[in-house]
Design a protein around this ligand. Structure first.
Ligand code: ZN
Length: 637
């Protein structure tokens, strides 16, 4: 194991992850990993441009200053500048990756202008104003109820000046004309722009279109990867993806997604493309991401035990019969090791992924679900001995519970969330998958989390040999509520509200339970500090089941008003006093709330004649060197 902690800055701690098993792969598979990894890195610039129209120009300007700096290494302006740049790198732009708020520069405008003058760079007024004027693009994704979400969001998915109402009516029209049984992911791969005559059109991300150069370079690497594909099915997946990148046709994208979800035999797998829609306030347009993974055989057997029983879990869930899938198929699940992270998965990454996102493809073909074990391990290693448990867990008995069962149950909850939760349930006929609009992501995450919380306490998991006894689940219940009620607040600046969908979901579930089941869970004050006390674990399970039934009803019926009320009432607001206390207790521990990963570096090892002999992997690249190298070697736009 490499040392997990690399460096700290602002609210970030960088970690490294190992890629277990890579060295013992046959050369053919190593080369497959290598070329897919290259393809994962080549989309980086797409994401930077999606996040903000000024992103790439700004990055270049900051990096030029960084690499040419010849002043005092202890100048406070310089030190603050370095932190700022590291944060910008981490967020793939000038807005915080989680809160979406624009960073405040800790250095002076005079310092920046001085450095730019030395470099002889001109035409930077716009960028300087962007950095220093808090009124310019304050937020990347705004979801505040009642505001125009497009005019108030800095993301670059819609041309400046296009209103939310215009975009919504544009896409409502497109959807009217689409196949209603098998609708494509309308709007997924384009920027909405305005012609001179005022009408709107999509500028599609494809070869020859917007981001064409980046897409061509990605396609070229996919072409090399296909030579080492493990089987014909995997080769067909790669070919179809390249075809989609050529045409930008969303029907082709669906064909690709179906091939991809059915390809479950390969040991090396990947995602590459326009995938998640969290960065678009309207939830239509997907940010670019790419990653490569290798199967973790032992842990996969655990997840498979769940997916093999998917229908049992569906049949026994507490939701209304009308909302259950009659036939749960293809919820494949495996545990993997990440081998490369790119785009919107780098450096901050998910630890579980369930794709594709198309509702009808999920219903007809199922979904592929993964838990990324080597990243979770790196997190867990970093968390041990941090002092968090001592400070926030109410008593010794609960601490022991979590020491004993915490890791096992965390993994299991992630498996339940990804392998079963997202794949469960169905929409009633005629319900638009986007009916919940800006509340859709939060409700969907709540649905998957609640499914996991409900079932982690089920005898079935003991029968399957996945948990050792009927006490273990309590560690997950305590940890979940502690996070949702108290500790996740450490990641939000004081005076701000909860924005990110996964965090809103955790707040929603925890606070709903606190409000409606005070006999099960309470917040108590001990010596001036607030703690979570769980009084009745079985009753908690009942509460989670009840809320799961309601959240599934909301999703199945497309009940926008109920979604809005639930999210607005429980998922967003922070209590100023409590928030302050939690942040203060946390700050005394001197830990970083966010973590991200430095990628390993792969190298082709060649003999004198240029034949590839092996693929090396090294783990020693410093954070700043990696970022600068990526800007050099994978600059495409
Ligand atoms: Zn999820």
């Amino acid at each position: 194991m490499t040392a997990p902690t690399i460096e700290r800055f602002a609210d970030i701690q960088m970690l490294r992850y190992d890629v277990p098993g890579f060295e013992s792969l046959p050369l053919r598979q190593k080369l497959l990993v290598y070329y897919l990894a290259e393809a994962s890195l080549l989309g980086r610039d797409i994401l930077w441009d999606q996040n903000c129209t000024y992103g790439l120009r700004l990055r270049k300007m900051l990096e030029d200053i960084y690499t040419s700096y010849d002043g005092s290494p202890t100048d406070p302006d310089w030190l603050a500048f370095v932190v700022y740049l590291k944060r910008v790198w981490f967020s793939n732009g000038i807005h915080h990756h989680y809160s979406y708020m624009k960073f405040e520069p800790g250095f002076s405008k005079a310092f920046l202008i001085g450095r730019l003058q030395r470099l002889g760079v001109k035409d930077t007024d716009e960028l300087i104003n962007l950095i220093f004027n808090p009124k310019v693009m304050p937020k990347r994704v705004n979801q505040a109820d009642g505001e125009d979400l497009l005019l108030t969001s800095a993301c670059n998915y819609y041309e400046e000046g296009i209103t939310q109402a215009e975009a919504e009516s544009f896409y409502a029209n497109l959807k009217l004309n689409a196949d209603s049984d098998r609708p494509p992911m309308t709007g997924l791969n384009s920027r909405l722009e305005r012609y001179a005559d005022g009408t709107l059109h999509e500028n599609v991300w494809r070869s020859g279109g917007l981001y064409g150069n980046a897409i061509d370079r990605i396609s070229e690497m996919l072409g090399k990867a296909r030579l080492y594909a493990e089987n014909d099915k995997q080769r067909a997946v790669i070919d179809k993806l390249v075809e989609f990148y050529q045409t930008g046709d969303l029907k082709t994208f669906d064909e690709y997604a179906i091939l991809w979800v059915n390809e479950t035999e390969s040991e090396v797998d990947f995602t590459n493309g326009f995938t998640e829609v969290y960065g678009d306030p309207l939830g239509l347009k997907a940010s670019w991401e790419g990653y490569v993974n290798i199967i973790d055989h032992a842990a996969t057997r655990r997840a498979k035990a769940l997916s093999d029983n998917a229908q049992w879990f569906e049949n026994h869930s507490p939701v209304d019969e009308r909302f259950k899938k009659k036939e749960c198929r293809g919820v494949s699940a495996k545990v993997i090791s990440a081998a490369m992270l790119g785009g919107d998965l780098y450096p901050s990454s998910a630890i579980g992924i369930n794709l594709p996102n198309s509702d009808w493809i999920r219903a007809e073909y199922g979904s592929k679900s993964v838990t990324i074990a080597n990243l979770t391990r790196a997190y867990n290693e970093a968390a041990k001995g941090s002092g968090m448990r001592q400070e926030f867990i109410i008593d010794e008995e609960t601490r022991q519970l979590i020491d004993k069962y915490g890791d096992v149950c965390d993994d299991l909850h992630t498996d339940l969330h990804e392998c079963l939760g997202h794949g469960s349930g169905q929409l009633l006929p005629g319900v638009d998958a986007d009916a919940l609009r800006s509340y859709g992501s939060t409700i969907e995450e709540a649905r998957a989390d609640l499914f996991g919380l409900y079932y982690i306490a089920d005898q079935k998991l003991i029968d399957l040999g996945l948990v050792p006894n009927n006490e273990a689940y309590k560690s997950q219940y305590y940890g979940y509520l502690l996070n949702g009620l108290l500790t996740q607040l450490v990641r939000i600046e004081e005076g701000h509200q909860i924005e990110e969908a996964h965090m809103r979901n955790r707040a929603l579930i925890s606070r709903w339970t606190l409000k409606n089941y005070p006999e099960a869970v309470q917040i108590v004050e001990i010596d001036g500090k607030h703690h979570v006390r769980i009084k009745d674990y079985p009753l908690l399970r009942k509460a989670f089941g009840e809320l799961l039934a309601e959240v599934q009803r909301i999703k199945s019926e497309g009940d926008y008003e109920a979604a809005r009320q639930l999210v607005e009432q429980y998922g967003i607001k922070t209590d100023a006093e409590l928030h302050h206390e939690i942040r203060e207790r946390y700050q005394r521990l001197n830990l970083a709330p966010y973590k991200g990963f430095i990628n390993p570096k792969y190298e082709l090892l060649q003999d004198d004649e240029g034949n590839i002999m092996d693929v090396g992997i090294v783990y020693n690249e410093p954070y700043d060197k990696q970022m600068l190298r990526y800007s050099q070697e994978y600059s495409t736009l």
